[in-house]
Ligand binder design. Sequence first.
Ligand code: ADP
Ligand code: ADP
Ligand code: ZN
Length: 214
Amino acid sequence: MRLIFLGPPGVGKGTQAQRLSAKFRIPKVSTGDILREAVQKKTPLGLEAQSFMDSGKLVPDDVVIGIIRERLKESDCKDGFILDGFPRTAPQAQALTAMLGQNQSGIDRVLNFELSDDELIRRLSGRRSCPNCQAVYHVEFNPAKKPDQCDGCGGKLIQRSDDQPETIRRRLEVYQSQTLPLIRFYEDQGVLSRIDGSGNPEVVYRRVTDAVGK
Ligand code: ADP
Ligand code: ADP
Ligand code: ZN
């Protein structure tokens, strides 16, 4: 099962990908997570990516395409994967098609999550993240049991530097101009499902499992 989760920042892709990944026992491959880890460790990749991420811009295509090319070669991806946050531009989508074509395999389904801008902003502004294990919380919709402490690993929760109002606005604009056109790209390939991203995570998850037919 090879899946792509498409949709604007804050729509709940990561939250849903996490759950489906556990159910199908296939990895969630998130370029955002990979990039943040690189930034944290101050690797050459992280140093290159940081200024783009902090300002809400996309990291250059060749960089993220290289990340995905290497990641999908790893053995845990051989039975499938959930791409969360990749592709985000037309050149990324074309590169992915070429990559998968070489392995004689395509994408089974692309889930496009939809939500109003007001709700996206509410979700992004209240998001809290564990820098240790990448778990994601929300101050109102999905609070940790103890304030500012990760339920899973006890790490101290942070607000991502790009989850600030100015950067959120920028990211939503970038989504509109660069990523939205991919909906049409995958629709034309006949693999797109639209997912209403509103409602609690349980309700959304049911729509997700319906769409992938499991
Ligand atoms: P969200 O889902 O909240 O938008 P992500 O964790 O997916 O956040 O991405 C955070 C940042 O990482 C993006 O704003 C961008 O700078 C960078 N990034 C992640 N994925 C990509 C990608 N496929 N192409 C370019 N930049 C990316
Ligand atoms: P994305 O990966 O698309 O950027 P996330 O999964 O990180 O989105 O979710 C963004 C924020 O919204 C997080 O704080 C998360 O806890 C919260 N969230 C996710 N799904 C829902 C939902 N169905 N209802 C309310 N809040 C949600
Ligand atoms: Zn944690």
